[in-house]
Design a protein around this ligand. Sequence first.
Ligand SMILES: [Fe+2]
Length: 300
Amino acid sequence: MRTGEIVAGALAPHPPHLVYADNPPQNEPTAECGWETLRWGYQRFRKDLADRDIDVIVVYTPHWQTYIGTHFLGVPHLQSVSVDPIFPNLFRFHYELDVDVRLAKDIHDRARDGGIVTKMMENPDFRVDYGTIVSCHLTRPEWDIPIVSISSNRSAAYYSIEVMQEQAAVIGRATRDAVLASGKKAVLLASNSLSHRHFTTEGELPEDMTREHIYHHGQYLWDMRLIELMREGRSRELIDIMPEFIEQAVSEADGGGLTWLISALDYPEYAAEIYAYGTVIGTGNVVAGWHPGRAAGVAQ
Ligand SMILES: [Fe+2]
């Protein structure tokens, strides 16, 4: 059997606005335009993946919140409508997706063996969260390969950011080991924004870009600091400042996705490709990709 491979890892934020502005047939509302910088960034990320063999997408989402343990989608095929509870005017998305249950179960088992409380989600009527759907859709709008989705246990809220990081790192290691053992080629997605303070009112036209800007300069400085560390391959330092960043920027990285990703990539010392940075209702979002094979000089 061939050796598995993490083809790429990405910080892949999930504002539903980006799907809304892309106007895919699955989404009921339609838009004129909007948030082009981020959408074009995702397009460049997709272009970088276009000639790669990919068997599975593994996504870690902060919007599937499980308070007892970390859960994994464990149903081979799921189909329903996903409605954003905050923005039902922007996101009513008809999805149909396949799950790589075998890989999900192996990550589950390895995380459990590493001391994490885990559960396979086996309810066939389960509604998949929009964090999973948006990040996967923007990475692979064809929906032609299976996914694995990992929940967020919210341990940053119930214990501390340090506990969250320890647990996310174990799940990241479990993900890495399971992918390598599977013989499959995987793309990993951390589905979250960076700074996460946002506006509390919406204009009449959601895609009116005259309203779109960072919420607060301090948040912007924090986002730039994190991106600088990504660009310079200083991922250990990024993990070290994560607690302060999450507190100061109210970051959605509190769900564990970014820590999980960095751990699964084995703390890369090479630069991430920054595809785009932009705000959505004032939150800071970066589409950033790590390409381990490219960094190692492997012909691709
Ligand atoms: Fe979110």
